[in-house]
Design a protein around this ligand. Structure first.
Ligand code: GDP
Length: 426
């Protein structure tokens, strides 16, 4: 059975924790999109980890971790990450890398930095991991697949061809040092040495695994609202964040994805620029940021403080719908225990009209939140294992949101650890 774990919001919903938890019963975990630009934070019996490229199932010795063809593969980052976990006594994971995955080139990272510098105040808030230049090159058909490392003559010729265009930009647009073909080739040969033992025809591997009845998890990065098609374009990421893309980015039949677990956070947070209707500011935001997640809402990759907001029913209803949600995992609920009252955004007012349908970006910029205030529960809910044992107001908060978004909340996460989970049989 194949299931996907994806986000309904702007990312950082706690997908890492849910994947790590579900991975206990999985054989294979696949990353199918994105790159090292965002991270998952995972707390388990080995310690606390920030993963960027490795799937969140790497901590079990029964799982195989796969980097699918849809990923922006940064080879040195992948290997640094493997070392960072084995250094903390996690057994060496079984890893496979798709021969069709494309590689983040050293110049992709430079172009990302140079473009942000050029745009200065008008930048998109990129994490400067080379992701946008990487995907631009992939679709401009000048990217490099892992498989190309194994034909050195053709590779050398292609590097010469591709860098001509890059060097024109470096010289005339960015006024920066040019790329050297020999150096690029030598770097790729280093990458080849690192990755060679793991390279695999992933779609064939998964095809067989599905036939054998293996349990496969597809792990998404970021969330619906960062999807290039369905998100808040252009303040989005460069690869699709939707479960549907799991079929493409892993190379499996779309009809095999039977369960779509959409992770929804009990309040909102976002990184980067873009409209964020339920955003809060000042002390109110600082307090939620400080108490949020596990040790504060700061980017796992960048350390940037996240923008904070109340729960947004409009964005989440849409985010769940566009994912094709079968189950909602509702996370980080424990954090809200300090509030007397909890505002929730239940509608957007746009040009004097209230809607619960998430609009396109131009309209979104004009939206003002319609808030409803629910009573808080003023209790620490960590450690509670059964839904019925949650305080009444806490259950009411969950059930109100469930009704607003229209998808079943089947898991409630009340702490960062694997065991901090309440399964709700619906
Ligand atoms: P991801 O990218 O979706 O995996 O999300 P992040 O890892 O960036 O953010 C989730 C943060 O919340 C991490 O620090 C997790 O350890 C933490 N976390 C996940 N679930 C819970 C929860 O239920 N309660 C609390 N307090 N923290 C959680």
């Amino acid at each position: 059975m194949v299931q996907a774990v994806v986000g309904a919001n702007w990312g950082d919903e706690g997908k890492g924790k849910i994947t790590d938890m579900l991975a206990e019963n999985a054989d294979i975990i696949v990353r199918f999109q994105g790159g090292a630009n965002a991270g998952h934070t995972i707390v388990n019996n080995y310690g606390k980890f920030a993963l960027h490229t490795l799937p969140s199932g790497v901590f079990y010795d029964h799982t195989t971790s796969i980097i699918g063809n849809g990923v922006a593969l940064n080879i040195p980052v992948l290997f640094k990450e493997i070392k960072s976990i084995t250094d903390k006594n996690v057994p060496m994971p079984k890893i496979l890398v798709s021969d069709r995955a494309q590689m983040v080139m050293p110049y992709h990272i430079l172009f990302d930095q140079y473009e942000e510098e050029r745009l200065a105040g008008k930048s998109f808030g990129s994490t400067k991991s080379g992701i946008a230049p990487f995907y631009s090159d992939k679709y401009a058909k000048i990217g490099f697949q892992v498989s190309e490392l194994f034909d050195e003559v053709a590779l050398r010729e292609k590097i010469e061809r591709v860098i001509v265009q890059k060097n024109i930009l470096l010289e005339h647009l960015y006024h920066k040092p040019l790329i050297d073909a020999d150096e690029t080739f030598n770097t790729l040969m280093e990458y080849k040495k690192m990755v060679e033992p793991y390279v695999c025809d992933v779609s064939a591997f998964l095809w067989n695994a599905i036939k054998e009845g293996k349990n496969i998890l597809l792990e998404g990065q970021l969330g619906s609202l960062k999807d290039p098609d369905h998100g808040i374009y252009p303040m989005v990421t460069s690869s699709s964040t939707l479960a549907a893309y799991g079929a493409i980015g892993a190379g499996i039949p779309p009809y095999e994805i039977k369960k779509i677990v959409t992770v929804v956070k009990a309040y909102s947070s976002a990184v980067g620029a873009g409209a964020f209707v339920s955003e809060i500011f000042g002390d109110e935001a600082d307090e939620l940021r400080r108490r949020g997640g596990d040790g504060g809402e700061f980017g796992a990759t960048t350390g940037r403080p996240r923008r904070m907001g109340w729960f947004d029913c409009v964005a989440t209803k849409y985010g769940c719908r566009i994912q094709g949600t079968t189950d909602v995992a509702f996370t980080v609920l424990d954090v809200l225990g300090y509030l007397d009252e909890i505002p929730v955004c239940v509608g957007y007012e746009i040009d004097g009209e209230v809607t619960t349908d998430f609009p396109t970006t131009t309209k979104l910029e004009k939206a003002k939140p319609v808030l409803k205030t629910l009573p808080g529960w003023k209790e620490d809910i960590r450690g509670i294992k059964e839904y019925d044992k949650l305080p009444e107001n806490c259950r009411k908060y969950i059930e109100f949101i469930e009704e607003q978004i229209g998808f079943p909340i089947t898991m409630v996460s009340n702490g960062p650890k694997r065991e901090d989970i309440i399964i709700r049989n619906k």
